[in-house]
Design a protein around this ligand. Structure first.
Ligand SMILES: NC(=O)c1ccc[n+]([C@@H]2O[C@H](COP(=O)([O-])OP(=O)(O)OC[C@H]3O[C@@H](n4cnc5c(N)ncnc54)[C@H](OP(=O)(O)O)[C@@H]3O)[C@@H](O)[C@H]2O)c1
Length: 146
């Protein structure tokens, strides 16, 4: 189904504000809505992993463009950090996770196998605890800059 838009290739010349807004709703508000809806089911020792992207890293933005995608992923990183702070006392840890360049529909099937990315994401979630809550990781184990 073609209802989705999680990444739009925008340059300054092709900036589409409707697409930027849509990416915000899906990529930034979606994970916050889901986390919020499930809060009553979480307790001490629960963990939240948000799949974001290193393209949302301000420090890592070396080639520009992708306005809606980059902005929406930077925003979800901030949502994850606020969740980490707000849920600390309840014993719930939160991680922001970049899966790597993965061969999915979004990338035109370029990149590593989804299974490999999933193994890395699970390993990062297994490592996550309150001492590392509110941190941003590549699935392969590199800590990413904000
Ligand atoms: N692939 C990569 O290299 C890569 C790199 C960095 C980060 N990521 C992140 O990893 C996550 C998964 O991406 P992907 O590569 O698996 O992309 P994908 O193959 O395009 O799949 C996107 C998934 O998101 C769902 N989706 C999109 N818009 C939605 C909406 N409005 N409501 C509900 N579901 C919606 C789609 O549902 P339908 O199947 O129903 O359309 C689909 O299951 C994304 O957050 C992406 O930003 C991916």
């Amino acid at each position: 189904m073609a209802h989705t838009l999680i990444l739009s290739v925008e340059t300054l010349a092709s900036l589409d504000f409707k697409a930027v807004e849509s990416q915000f709703r899906i990529n930034a508000m979606g994970p916050l809505r889901v986390s919020h809806a499930l809060l009553a089911n979480l307790s001490a020792g629960s963990k939240i992993g948000i799949v974001t992207s290193r393209m949302g890293s301000v420090d890592d933005n070396t080639y520009g463009g992708y306005y809606g995608y980059r902005m929406s992923k930077a925003a979800v990183n901030m949502a994850g950090m606020s969740l980490a702070r707000d849920l600390f006392e309840r014993g719930i840890a939160v991680a922001l996770l970049h899966p790597g360049m993965v061969a999915t529909e979004m990338t035109g099937r370029q990149g590593i196998a989804p299974q490999q990315a999933a193994r890395g994401l699970i390993a990062r979630m297994d490592e996550l605890d309150l001492s590392s809550t509110g941190t941003f990781w590549h699935a392969e184990g590199e800590r990413l800059p904000w």
